[in-house]
Write a protein that binds this ligand. Sequence first.
Ligand code: ATP
Ligand code: SF4
Ligand code: MG
Length: 343
Amino acid sequence: MSNDETTESSPLLQVEGLKKYFSITKGFFSRVKGTVKAVDDVNFTIFKGENVGLVGESGCGKTTLGRCLLRLLDPTDGHINFNFDHKAVDLLALNKKELRAYRRYIQMIFQDPYSSLNPRMPMVDIVGEPLKVNGIAKGDELEERVRDLVDTVGLDVRHLRRYPHAFSGGQRQRIGLARALSVNPPFIIADEPTSALDVSVQATILNLLQDLQEQFNLSMLFITHDLSVIHHICQRVMVMYLGNVVEVARTKDLFTQPLHPYTETLLKAVPKIGYRGEITRFAPPGEPPDPANAPAGCYFHPRCPYAQDICKEQHPALEEWAEGRYARCHFAKELSLKGVGSE
Ligand SMILES: Nc1ncnc2c1ncn2[C@@H]1O[C@H](COP(=O)(O)OP(=O)(O)OP(=O)(O)O)[C@@H](O)[C@H]1O
Ligand code: SF4
Ligand SMILES: [Mg+2]
């Protein structure tokens, strides 16, 4: 499947009205002092075999959203409909026992390959654990499957009995990938999987992820703060700002013609390589807002160069402005924003 194609197959995951609010407490009696709306009324669909990028600045709610999908956090409200194996279930309606059976269908790859692997387990046990826990394989069959997986992610099968400390960061991220793939999940959440790695290693891990996505027909939610990473491996992109989704589009459309001013700002922040090889970076203007104290009206208005009076008062809804193109901006249609290569 090419990068800029949108899969027109059936939905795997449909998220409706998802909210996760955290209470901020203070003092001896833990009095509630405020609320962080980390995820606030988020709606989206991921199709089977599709890779969707989730991008936004630090603290905008990306990880919280990912953890809610896995129910590592219990959402405040909403529905997460998961359609797989000819069944449609609302993950939020499952009890603990039912949820355990579903966990194998959604796997997560974490940002830090150093802390996410058990240092006291050799690679063979780390990769094989999900197969064992879910009663999928044991004994020689288990080891055979682990060997296959280790080989698939480009690691040496002679190192099966090595411990995590003997592997590099990139190799550890491959171990995490093999472990996630072991139970053959239809859906993977990758939370900044390359941001802790050297730039040279990042590219090889991204290529591997792309190959595996095609080989295993995976759907993926790829979380990152770096739009340039998304460009290569995601068919569609969702942009988040302060708990809200502010733009959804096919990757190519988003890069060439963004509809939300915040997306335009993020695109300017993608590092550019100049004529003499120097790299210029653009920092988004203004401070990211306090998530416990969102501004009135459009949350982006204090930093938006196009803000008008209405923006200070009315919070815009996420509207579809063209086929498959959603933006949360009063002026999405009037503004002619700059994408990559449009200067
Ligand atoms: N357990 C918690 N209790 C209170 N607030 C929390 C908790 N977890 C997250 N938050 C707050 O929710 C908001 C969203 O955090 P989250 O970690 O989801 O952001 P993020 O987009 O993943 O950021 P980063 O790019 O830095 O990883 C932040 O303001 C954060 O401080
Ligand atoms: S609604 Fe107004 S402030 Fe918000 S992004 Fe659009 S133009 Fe900017
Ligand atoms: Mg995060």
